[in-house]
Design a binder for this molecule. Structure first.
Ligand code: ATP
Ligand code: MG
Length: 651
């Protein structure tokens, strides 16, 4: 593709951002407006136009998987492979490279189970290891040492001074054992670049163009590192959406996004308003969840079905509704990979998994570790490399004629299948019992599926080259998109859903206590973060959006308790909110610190029309149910117009 080809397929504002190849650029825009797409094209354009060499670009994203996707998307635009990584992966790579030169001692080992140290430390103060871990991690994200933490005014489960002491002890133990944790990677890398001008010069010579996606969730430790990479240069493009800031509980802050022009006064700021992802109905619903402070999003897609709210009597019924919902979507022709089920906390996945397994619905749970970082995948790739030398012996199995490749040699996909069978005990049709075994089998199946896809798409692909590609991915340690997901429904937490999109999204247990999560309930800032989290969930849907909750659910001790739908659903459940702005109409943007009350806190809207409300109830009763279970259909303005047209005349 030529440089100008890379700008077609972008709208004028996106194009302005993508063609601003040098200097500071900030894209501040709402969900689904094409931010990620724009930076993909921008990087490709930087390279194709000759401004940057592929090696000089560093694109930073929030997960290994997102990095893998970004790298592949840029490669797909035909400009070669650029480095796309998380802050951690990039920092660790630089530390590994320069450690000896810097410290003249062996590279420290990474403590990947900090709880090993933190649980016993926490016990001293009656603090759970994981709570202590969260506090220390927060402190490091904010670049606070133990003394700084003690003074931070942070409200922790125990006295801040006590946490500070344990933090100090943890640091000491790590030092004594020659260990560093993940958070240390960022601060150490920043220190390396600050202390050693010569090394900083080398790193800055290598990376000259920087891009950061989802910058609203950057923390001070990451920003310091980015600043160290930049030095006094400013070839930086940041993109993000403060309406989607969902990680401030970990120490992240949207201020680097919203305050970008304070740091770079001459920055080009681009705002995108056209949404290319979701139907107007989905956007209206998401907009109501967020309330009046949200950014304007103008839909470009045509109408779709109204989003559905599914109240269930109890958790079992909710799962039954979910299964039916998925079956219906399948009947409508939505492929499994285009269906996502999102929830607030990891542990919620277990009952959902159980229900889907019983219903025979294939699913995959999005985990934290990138695909190629998983143990069985590393083992399998190592086995492939060993067997590769013995390719002849593999070829000895009588190869049917279809196996012949235009370039000669055995088919890479058959080779992978055989090695997985022989060395890993994997069989494509024999899924084992048990959680861990099944997970391992799914991962290996995914690897086999990847080999099949690569073999099909590239007729000249050889075993050697496929194995080399896989080894490369393992070395990079950062995951590419998981191949097997093409056939499975995705289960994931709302946090993990960030940046993704699906044709259909179902949000489960949209209840008080889960969203907002119980421990956030008393802090207005945290409640707002929870609201944005639900907004992120809703804006993942292209066409089908449904939300469910149970009126009763068993607590941790098995005792059933009454549940209330999330307060964030009030604007959807309340017919009076028909005065809420429609996503189609441009709305004036108001400041985040808006004094106005949220829609759910509002009293009855002026001019409440009881006849309309009655008609709407009736409409719901007759029209809105899913297989006999009463459901609400979210009232978009189109629905309301329809109801209004049918309502009984009152005179
Ligand atoms: P999020 O805030 O959720 O991260 P985003 O702003 O990064 O969203 P993208 O994921 O880049 O949005 O784009 C959303 C969808 O819209 C994608 O499917 C993308 O391909 C599509 N899209 C973006 N821009 C255009 C365009 N100019 N024309 C057609 N489709 C587009
Ligand atoms: Mg994005």
């Amino acid at each position: 593709m030529t440089a100008s080809d890379l700008l077609t397929g972008l709208d004028p504002e996106q194009r302005a951002a993508a063609s601003a190849v040098a200097g500071p650029v900030c894209i501040l825009a709402g969900a689904g407006t094409g931010k990620t797409r724009t930076i993909t094209h921008r990087v490709a354009h930087q390279i194709a136009s000759g401004v940057a060499h592929a090696d000089q670009v560093l694109a930073v994203t929030f997960t290994d998987r997102a990095a893998g996707e970004l790298r592949e998307r840029i490669a797909a635009l035909g400009v070669g492979r650029v480095r796309a990584a998380t802050f951690h992966a990039a920092a660790w790579a630089q530390l590994r490279h320069f450690w000896r030169e810097w410290r003249n001692e062996p590279l420290p080992e990474v403590l990947d189970q900090p709880l090993r140290l933190l649980i016993p430390l926490g016990q001293r103060a009656g603090l759970l290891g994981r709570d202590l871990a969260a506090e220390i991690s927060w402190a490091k994200a904010r670049t606070l040492d133990p003394a700084g933490y003690a003074e931070s005014g942070r409200s922790a489960p125990v006295e801040p001074e006590t946490v500070a002491e344990l933090y100090e002890a943890y640091e000491r133990q790590k030092r004594e054992q020659g260990l560093i944790d993940y958070d240390d990677m960022l601060t150490l890398c920043t220190r390396l670049l600050t202390e050693r001008r010569d090394i900083a010069a080398q790193v800055r010579d290598r990376y000259q163009f920087f891009t950061v996606d989802e910058v609203q969730d950057t923390n001070p430790a990451q920003w310091d590192l980015l600043s160290a990479w930049l030095g006094d240069r400013d070839d930086l493009c940041v993109v993000g959406d403060d309406d989607q800031s969902i990680y401030s509980f970990t120490g992240a802050t949207p201020r680097y996004l919203t305050g970008f022009t304070e740091r770079f006064p001459h920055a080009q700021v681009v705002r995108l308003e056209r949404n290319y992802r979701s139907t107007p109905q989905v956007l209206t619903t998401a907009g109501r969840v967020l309330g009046a402070q949200g950014k304007t999003l103008r839909p470009t897609l045509g109408d779709g079905p109204d989003p559905t709210l599914l109240p269930a009597d109890d958790a079992d019924e909710e799962l039954a509704l979910l299964v039916r919902r998925i079956e219906r979507l399948r009947e409508e022709g939505v492929p499994p990979a285009e269906i996502a089920v999102a929830y607030r906390i990891n542990s919620q996945s277990q009952t959902i998994e159980e229900a889907l397994r019983r219903a025979g619905i294939a699913y995959t749970v999005r985990g934290d570790v990138g695909f190629f970082a998983r143990r069985e995948i590393r083992q399998a790739v190592a086995a492939l490399a060993e067997e590769q030398g013995r390719v002849g012996s593999v070829r000895e199995d009588p190869p049917p004629p279809v196996e012949a490749r235009p370039a000669g040699g055995p088919r890479p996909d058959r080779f992978v299948e055989r090695v997985l069978g022989r060395r890993m005990g994997w069989h494509p049709k024999r899924a084992p019992e048990g959680e861990t075994a099944l997970e391992r089998w799914r991962n290996l199946s995914a690897l086999a599926a990847l080999a099949t896809r690569r073999t099909a798409e590239e007729p000249t692909l050889s075993v050697d080259r496929l194995v080399a590609e896989l080894e490369q991915r393992v070395r990079e340690g950062d995951g590419a998109p998981e191949p097997a997901e093409v056939e499975a429904v995705t289960l994931l937490t709302l946090h993990k859903a960030k940046g993704l999109e699906f044709e259909a999204v179902h949000l489960v247990a949209v209840e008080e206590g889960l969203i907002p999560i119980s421990h956030a309930r008393d802090d207005p800032d945290q409640v707002e973060e929870e609201r944005r989290l639900l907004y992120v969930g809703c804006t993942r849907a292209r066409r089908y959006l449904s939300l469910s909750w149970a009126q009763q659910r068993e607590g941790p001790k098995g005792k059933p308790s009454r549940r209330r739908p999330s307060r964030f659903l009030d604007p959807l459940l309340d017919t009076r909110t028909r005065s809420a702005p429609d996503a189609r109409e441009p709305r004036p943007r108001t400041a985040r610190s808006d004094e106005g009350r949220r829609p759910h806190e509002r009293g009855p809207a002026d001019g409440d029309d009881e006849a309309l409300v009655g008609a709407l109830r009736e409409w719901r009763r007759t029209r809105a149910h899913e297989d006999g279970v009463p459901a609400y259909v979210v009232c978009t303005d189109a629905t309301l117009r329809e109801v209004a047209a049918r309502r009984p005349r009152t005179s």
